[in-house]
Ligand binder design. Structure first.
Ligand code: 13P
Ligand code: SF4
Length: 362
């Protein structure tokens, strides 16, 4: 898995502006350096009473370390749940900022640290809290459901927070009660949830810069070359790509589908970082990254989140050594308001999605 990603990427704002977001790759770790760095990070985690909660998209070094040190590698729902239930005094989140903020909102008494606080998300960046509040104010008859990939201030304005593993269930449940939904920010996930549930959903207009790049025409061509391969798709992908899927799900949902479907080959339409876990769980099975660009492009699969890629071993060690600029802070008043929609989701998950969703010791 490549870790050096583009320094600048483009994203579309809700207002239609196109902005530039910096994403700096972490210091490269060589094979010779790795064992000593991993040992040091493990020792520091223990000494600091810290648990490492990592997302599947971060570098394999951090995924393996999380699993080997009693932490977890998981999707955003389980990251929130695991960090919340773990007794450690410090939670280290290897992921992007909204994941660190969610951990802090749920655990205001704990220290929440991140290897790089500049690790953003295009969906979060495309949802400025003031524009979003105006959108909500204009539609007071709707229940506000926001995706986890948003700032604390946006969550503070919501009735519910959802992740991709539970969005369908929560929106379906609200729809069954006759509620109309205001949905933000991912338009592809919103479109998918709308089609599955039939709910009345008013959508914000933003997308993930990674998943938005998957291309259905190139996927058809790839499928023709691998007729036995099953296609696994994250619902942040465009509709035409989702329609070609054998299974659609959150990152954990994708891994579980691969285990369930029993194929020898899979084409995976999400960040390629997930393939590390898939190979560990299903040795001997072939995983192919879904194509993100057409013929003639220099990049045939650029499906790697530049912000997730900012997490590295050196940054983690610096964080655990107490370097400034790694602690996540959320305004306590905003945090208190943002907590309600997250807890509503976690309470709902206890009843409707009770099974373990992450990956501890491998
Ligand atoms: P999951 O909750 O499915 O892990 O998704 C998080 C994310 O940011 C996907 O791009
Ligand atoms: Fe955000 Fe997309 Fe990166 Fe996920 S992959 S963190 S949705 S930019």
């Amino acid at each position: 898995m490549a870790i050096a990603r583009p320094i600048q990427i483009r994203f579309e704002r809700y207002s239609g502006d196109v902005g530039l977001a910096p994403a700096k790759p972490p210091r490269i770790v060589t094979a010779e350096e790795r064992p000593a760095l991993v040992a040091k990070a493990k020792r520091l985690l223990k000494e600091r009473d810290a648990v490492l909660v990592a997302h599947y998209y971060v570098h394999p070094d951090l995924q393996d370390l999380a699993q080997a040190s009693g932490g977890t590698v998981s999707d955003s729902l389980e990251m929130a749940r695991f960090g919340h239930e773990h007794p450690a005094k410090t939670i280290v989140v290897a992921g992007v900022r909204f994941m660190g903020e969610t951990a802090k909102i749920l655990n205001p008494e704990k220290r929440v640290l991140m290897p790089d606080l500049d690790a953003e998300c295009s969906l979060d960046l495309a949802t400025p809290a003031d524009e979003f509040a105006a959108f909500c104010d204009a539609h007071p008859d709707r229940v506000v459901v926001v995706y986890a990939n948003t700032s604390a201030a946006v969550k503070a304005r919501a009735d519910w927070m959802v992740t991709s593993s539970i969005a369908e269930k929560i929106v379906g449940w609200l729809h069954a009660q006759g509620k109309k939904i205001l949905w933000a920010p991912d338009k592809h996930l919103g479109d998918y949830v709308q089609r599955v549930t039939g709910a009345d959903m008013l959508m914000w207009n933003a997308s993930c810069v990674v998943h938005d790049e998957f291309k259905s025409i190139q996927l058809e061509e790839l499928k023709a070359l691998h007729p036995g391969a099953k296609v696994l798709v994250h619902p942040e992908s465009p509709r035409a790509v989702i329609e070609m899927a054998d299974a659609v799900g959150s990152t954990t949902g994708i891994i579980m589908a691969a285990e369930r479907l029993g194929a020898k080959e899979y084409i995976v339409a999400t960040d390629g970082g997930i393939i590390h876990q898939m190979r560990k769980r299903l040795p001997g099975v072939t995983f192919i990254e879904a194509p993100t660009a057409g013929k003639g492009a220099t990049c045939q699969s650029c499906a790697h989140c530049p912000w997730m890629a900012m997490n590295g071993l050196y940054g983690l060690i610096e964080t655990l050594e107490g370097a400034p600029g790694h602690e996540v802070f959320v305004d306590p008043e905003v945090g208190l308001r943002a907590r309600a929609p997250i807890e509503r989701m976690l309470d709902f998950a206890k009843v409707h999605l009770p099974t373990f969703q992450g990956s501890g010791d491998a």
